[in-house]
Design a protein around this ligand. Sequence first.
Ligand SMILES: [Mg+2]
Length: 330
Amino acid sequence: MEARDKEAVWVMMMGWNGLRDRFKGSAIGTFIGDALGRAVEGWPASAIRRSFGILEEMAKGIYTDDTEMMMGIMESLCEAGRFDPGLTARIFLHNFNPTRGYGGRIYGVMDRLHRGIPWNEAGTDSWGNGSAMRIAPIGFFFYDDPVKLREAAIQSSMITHKHPRGIAGAVAQATAVGIATRKGLKGEAIEVEGFIDLIIENVGEIDQEMVRQLERIKEIEGGDLEATIDAIGSHFYCDVSAIGAVPPAIASFLLTGGFKESVVVAVNCGGDTDTLGAMSGAIAGAYYGYSQLPRQWLIPLENEGKGRDYILSLADRLTDCKARNIDQRD
Ligand SMILES: [Mg+2]
C-alpha cells in the first residue's frame, strides 16, 4: 500500500471532522491574518510598536486582495474538483475588486485576461509574494499529495507571477500549509528543522535564494512575543517580495505555540503586514484547526456577501469533495 493510500485509510477511520476543521482553520486563518494586518499595512515594525505596543486587537475585520484571491482558488477547486488554472484565472478576473488593495502589476494581468489572453501568457515576471499570499487552499486540498500540490502551486503562480522566485514562494507556502494540515490531523508536534527541510525538498531547484532564506529560519531563537518579533524582523525584509515575506511568515508559525501567537508575531514584524498575517494564519489555522481560532477575531470578520460564512461553506464543500475523491480511489 502506498503512503498516500495509508493516509486515506487513516483519514476515513478517523472521520472527516478533523480534516474539515483544518480546511476551515486555514481558510479563515488567512482571513484573520489579512484583516489584522490590513490596519497597519506598510508600517515599519517600530511604528507599530510605538502606536500599539504589540498589536493584537482587530478593529475591523475587512479583508484585502489576499483573501479575495484565496476565495477564488477555493471556488475554482470546488467547481472543478481539481486544480484547473484556466478556470482559476477566469474566477480571479470575475472576483477582481480594485478596492481590495491589489498591487499595481495585477491591473495589467486582469486587463490581459479580460482581453482573452490565455492564463499562462497573461502574467508578469513578478517575484512578489502575491501568488503565495492566496495559496492556502492548494496547500490543504493537496495535503496528502506533495506532487500534485507542487504542480498546482506552480501553475497557480504562473497566472500572475512567472518569476522563479515568485513561484518558489507559492510552492514554499503551499507546502508549509500541506505539512501543517497533515501534522495537525495526527496531533504531531512540529520540529523546526524537519519542517523546513520538507519545504526545501519541494521548492527544490526552482530558486536557490528562496532555499537560502528558508535555511536562515533555523538560525532564529524564539523567546517571548517581543523577542520573537524582533528576531524574525532582523532576519527578513518582511516586504512585498516572495523571499522577503514567505520565510518570516513560516518562522512566525514555527517559533510560536498557538494560532494567536503565530498571527500576532507575523503582523507585528511590520512591512507587508496583511500578507504576512494571511500566510502565517493559513499555516497556523491548518495546524491548530478552526476550533482553536480566537472568538474575538472571528466575530468582527465581515460577513456580507462573500465573507466569513461564505468562506466556511467553501471549506465544507472542499472537504466533501476530498472525501469523494478519496472514496473513489482503489
Ligand atoms: Mg493584501
